[in-house]
Design a binder for this molecule. Structure first.
Ligand SMILES: Cc1ncc(COP(=O)(O)O)c(C=O)c1O
Length: 400
């Protein structure tokens, strides 16, 4: 039988990009996964059981319906209380929307606000999932300068003015990851958050705050959320259960003013997220949030320390620098200007060490001499060994 020919049928939006197949190096620091040994499988199963046993008829009826467009009511109520307790954010179950991962939430919010050619400001280096979505919707992304603490308020204002002067338009949105940033690991101090809110208010720019890693703190204290520092509705807050429990659950959420929620839901196709998963998360977290989070963060701390030990031993006498985050999953490595980690990435991968070079996170295309190293996934031993191996490969390639 001859093969059906789709050649003249593809939509304008689709491309022939290759399917993403994740290959894992022996020492895989390229991933964005939380510690697999901390995934609370029994706890989630018990949580599900508890919910079913509490009212099996209600569960059966809810399961027979398509989920509420904002997701399970009980998990929304729990999450809004968690946001108040942990982040000082005042919202209720009506102003919270559960999504199929926070990636979906970000996508809905982008569609609610961004037209093709609009300008969106992000950190200088920023999570690729969001830049991919922004690119898909044809936004112009401009990275604003950062230092080891994150966005620099004065530079942000310069970035805004630059866009206005060069392109004659006001940026449409600031997207930021203020806690344990992906990829750099930085946490933005409260004072900078206050200044950024003032600047954004001055120019009428909403802030999309992505707090994906706030639960993964193993040292120090989190800074107050942007969303707790402003009550004008300009801050839209996105969170996730992926890094608190597991990405495989596909459950994230956002909270925003009523009008933003309505707009975001207006572009959503289909029902709310998986009801069955919601029961498991709700049943589990209602009695285990603190103990689970502490255990997860204990694991993360050990892993971060073992990677750092490797970095200190391997790179102390070189010009290589790295960040020492107090939370999240990533260390940010910076080599001297001439080193191109992007160019040698495949060779280093073949020799056993995976990382993502900095240019992948840079809307402005710089960062070839930088890399994100995920310390959350590999074991304590492999984090240490892998960094030593990494250094020896770099030496061999004359990169250090
Ligand atoms: C900063 C940030 N935001 C959002 C996400 C998306 O997470 P999910 O869709 O699993 O909730 C990620 C995933 O790595 C992330 O790093």
């Amino acid at each position: 039988m001859s093969k059906f020919n789709f050649d003249n049928l593809w939509s304008e939006k689709s491309t022939d990009a290759q399917r993403i197949i994740t290959d894992h190096a022996k020492y895989d620091f390229a991933v964005a996964y939380p510690p697999f040994e901390g995934v609370p499988l029994d706890g989630l199963i018990d949580g599900l059981r508890t919910k079913v046993d509490a009212d099996s008829q209600k569960v059966a009826i809810e399961m027979a319906y398509y989920p509420h467009v904002q997701g399970d009511e009980s998990l929304r109520e729990f999450t809004s209380k968690k946001l108040l307790d942990d982040r000082g954010i005042k919202c209720d179950k009506e102003s919270l929307v559960l999504c199929n991962g926070s990636g979906e939430a970000i996508g809905l919010l982008i569609q609610a606000l961004i037209d093709p050619d609009d300008y969106v400001i992000t950190e200088q280096f920023v999570y690729m999932g969001t830049t991919k979505q922004l690119t898909y919707f044809n936004a112009n992304i401009v990275g604003s300068p950062t230092d080891e603490k994150g966005l620099i308020p004065e530079k942000l204002e310069e970035t805004i003015l630059d866009i206005k002067n060069k392109h004659g338009v006001n940026p449409k949105m600031l997207y930021t990851i203020p806690e344990s940033q992906n990829p750099t690991g930085s946490t933005l101090p409260k004072q900078r958050r206050i200044e950024i809110i003032e600047i954004c208010k001055k120019y009428g720019i909403p802030i999309l705050e992505d707090d994906c890693y706030v639960d993964n703190r193993f040292a120090g204290e989190p800074e107050p959320a942007f969303a707790s520092l402003d009550d004008s509705g300009m801050v839209i807050y996105v969170g996730s259960f992926s890094k608190l429990i597991a990405p495989g659950l596909r459950m994230g959420y956002f909270t925003a003013s009523e009008e933003v929620i309505d707009r975001a839901l207006s572009v959503k196709i289909g029902s709310g997220p998986n009801q069955f998963t919601s029961y498991a998360i709700d049943g589990f977290l209602r009695s285990n949030l603190e103990s689970h989070r502490n255990e997860y963060n204990r694991l993360l701390k050990g892993k971060k320390e073992s990677m750092e030990k490797g970095l200190i031993e391997a790179f102390s006498n070189t010009k290589v620098k790295w960040s020492s985050p107090e939370g999240g999953c990533y260390t940010w490595l910076e080599m001297t200007d001439g080193t191109n980690l992007s160019e040698i990435r495949d060779e280093v991968f073949t020799r056993g060490v995976g990382y993502i070079s900095g240019d992948n996170f840079a809307p402005n295309g710089d960062g070839q001499n930088m890399a994100r190293l995920c310390f959350a996934f590999e074991t304590v031993e492999k984090n240490y060994e892998g960094i030593k191996e990494f250094a020896s490969i770099l030496k061999d390639l004359k990169a250090i």
